[in-house]
Design a protein around this ligand. Structure first.
Ligand code: AMP
Ligand code: ZN
Ligand code: FE
Ligand code: FE
Length: 273
């Protein structure tokens, strides 16, 4: 049983559509996959249908980037995607993302790189836009060769075209996931690791910690496992797969114990019955 609990489709900044993603996961022998698009649940329905046809389990997920400057992203598992409150909040986030993209594009235009928000037409109605989409346009125009280069030269924090994302607070992200009967889990904590931050998130209702992740070192994994034990948090993991050409391409390659799925489900039952 192979498990990957952190993937993206083209309903956010992944390069595959949900069906292609599921097919690829199936080809790699994955049995349980969570689709966690940034601020969109739009891909879940087709992903679920495709997964069912292939005898796989699709776990409904979400990833919410917060305005906390140190990459605090909150994953939600087994969310009720029909929740009106959740959908309204996600729509608001997508609107803020579009405005932020407009700011980034304005900065690029001032540097003579002419890209407009209208150039991103033809995308799905409920899809969210992010910096990787702008990176792809820069690549298309021959300005850079890869998403990575686009971030390094223009889009990463502190670079010339960067604009701050005024997202929700971690408190609000956790709250909205709980409201939608989901299990809130902190994504890739290795990117910010601070004991204070973790303590604070737990106080806010955090239920889990993404422990197994491509860039997590063994000593970090040990720390997160210890933390999960002492704080009664569920342990999760995934590759943060974004599809071919994305630079985040390790689908199914992060070892995640299969029992993790049951533990998350049990936590949901414990919280919401
Ligand atoms: P955004 O949601 O627009 O703030 O973009 C964040 C996303 O960009 C992350 O989820 C990653 O997929 C991607 N990303 C962030 N930093 C980098 C980087 N240095 N190189 C490539 N991709 C990145
Ligand atoms: Zn992403
Ligand atoms: Fe993330
Ligand atoms: Fe992610």
């Amino acid at each position: 049983m192979k498990v990957d609990l952190h993937t993206h489709s083209n309903y956010s900044d992944g390069t595959l559509d949900p069906e292609e993603l599921i097919q690829k996961a199936h080809d790699l022998g994955i049995s349980h996959l969570a689709l966690c698009d940034h601020d969109s649940t739009g891909g879940l329905e087709t992903a679920r249908a495709k997964a069912t046809g292939l005898n796989m389990t699709l776990i409904s997920g979400i990833e919410i980037n917060t305005s906390e400057t140190s990459s605090v992203h909150i994953l939600g598992y087994f969310i009720d995607e029909k929740s009106e409150d959740l959908q309204k909040t996600l729509r608001d986030h997508r609107e803020i993302r579009a405005k932020r993209s407009e700011m980034i594009l304005e900065r690029l235009r001032q540097m003579g790189i002419k890209i407009h928000l209208s150039d991103f037409g033809g995308r799905k109605e409920t899809a969210s836009i992010g910096r990787p989409h702008i990176a792809d346009k820069l690549k298309e125009k021959g300005v850079v060769f890869s998403r990575q280069e686009a971030f390094e030269k223009y889009l990463a924090k502190g670079k010339s075209a960067y604009a701050f994302y005024e997202g929700p607070t971690p408190q609000r992200a956790i709250e909205i996931i709980l409201q939608a009967k989901g299990v809130p889990v902190v994504a890739h904590p290795g990117f910010f690791v601070s004991k204070e931050m973790m303590d604070n998130l737990v106080k806010l209702g955090l239920q889990g910690i993404e422990t197994y992740y491509p860039t997590h070192r063994p000593d970090q994994i040990k720390w997160f496992l210890d933390l999960a034990k002492s704080r009664d948090l569920v342990v999760t993991g995934g590759s943060d797969y974004h599809g071919p050409g994305s630079g985040h391409e390790l689908l199914g390659q992060v070892p995640v114990p299969a029992e993790v799925v049951d533990r998350i489900w049990e936590r949901k039952q414990k919280l919401f019955g």
